[in-house]
Design a protein around this ligand. Structure first.
Ligand code: NAD
Length: 311
């Protein structure tokens, strides 16, 4: 059957590897927003990928023509972006780092299968611990770091902006505030640069601490309540896909390889990056204050120790 693509869609293919809570919601978001003309789903559990594909295809009469199918790694050959959300997820009480050993070994095979057939695409990684798996994927793939991107602290920054906006009664899209560093327990709030249209936030220390604690612990709270996080991460991944396929040059807090950045080198961490058709085009320098710099360096050291443990 030949699908009719909407006029807005330029031919493009996104493959999602891992059709669990995050992969499925991401696929659904990409379909609703018509981000790419083709969407392929790959999962070790092919029946699950097939079921999700059928369910979404039955919605096409309401959304318009994105071609959606359940496939295998050969579909990565012509992919512009391969999103990886496969692997173990946090159970209540588990940290993201607790997932490292299991997911690092799953990733070895996944990256091998993808790079066997594709050398031109962009890898967009969400599986946790996302910064470390982005780093190992970059190393294993041999691709330029600009084309191996982790979702980083984009989700954390969105949670942060939402909570600040809620406190201030202002649309979170108008709040400029960053979480940087690890997507996890050592992440760093950059209060010194947070602002609303250039004006000071005027939040007292206690409120700042409360907003940051709720940002950092959001995943634990949601996983305890409903077992997984899915909607906001799907929208964050959709945002990165839009920036890439639309060649936007948008500034997003994704995880990227740092070299001599606020005293940090040879590790992937979330920082503001300019994202366009080539992936991470540029990393924006942040003039951190001394406290933020120390916290950022300690976040980097924590991840480097974990990477050294793997090697
Ligand atoms: P899930 O258990 O619902 O789904 C994981 C899927 O991966 C399953 O469908 C499973 O069959 C598949 N899978 C496992 N091994 C595979 C392999 N070798 N090849 C292909 N598919 C394989 O988990 P989830 O809730 O969707 O979370 C997925 C990952 O995303 C977790 O590591 C989670 O911690 C992470 N996550 C990251 C963020 C972020 O901000 N980066 C946010 C939420 C979740």
């Amino acid at each position: 059957m030949k699908m009719v693509n909407s006029a807005a869609l330029k031919p493009s293919r996104v493959v999602i590897v891992g059709m669990g809570a995050v992969g499925t919601t991401t696929g659904y978001t990409l379909m609703l927003r018509q981000r790419s003309s083709e969407l392929a789903f790959v999962d070790v559990n092919h029946d699950k990928a097939t079921g999700e594909m059928l369910d979404m295809n039955h919605g096409l009469p309401f959304t318009g023509g994105v071609k959606v199918w359940a496939g295998d790694y050969s579909d990565c050959k012509d992919a512009d972006i391969i999103i990886i959300t496969a692997g173990a997820s946090q159970k209540p009480g588990e940290t993201r780092i607790d997932l490292l050993k299991k997911n690092a070994s799953i990733f070895k095979e996944i990256i091998e299968r993808i790079t066997e057939v594709n050398s031109h695409g962009i890898l967009l990684i969400a599986t946790n611990p996302v910064d470390i798996l982005s780093y190992t994927s970059w190393k294993q793939s041999g691709w330029p770091a600009s084309r191996v991107i982790g979702s980083g602290t984009l989700l954390d920054s969105a949670r942060f902006r939402y909570l600040i906006g809620k406190n201030k009664g202002i649309d979170p899209r108008s709040i400029h505030a960053h979480i940087i560093g690890e997507h996890g327990d050592s992440e760093v709030p950059v209060w010194s640069l947070a602002n609303i249209a250039g004006t000071n936030l005027e939040l007292d220390e206690e409120t700042q601490q409360d907003i940051f604690d709720r940002t950092k612990n959001a995943a634990y709270e949601i996983i305890n309540a409903k077992g997984a996080t899915s909607y906001a991460i799907a929208l964050a991944l959709d945002r990165i896909v839009a920036a890439i396929l639309g060649n936007e040059g948008s500034v997003l807090n994704v995880s990227t390889l740092l070299e001599d950045y606020n005293g940090v080198s040879d590790v992937y961490l979330g920082v503001p990056c300019v994202v366009d058709r080539n992936g991470v085009r540029e990393i924006l320098p942040l003039p951190l204050n001394e406290t933020e710099k120390v916290a950022f360096q300690s976040s980097a050291n924590k991840l480097k120790e974990q990477i050294a443990g793997l090697e």
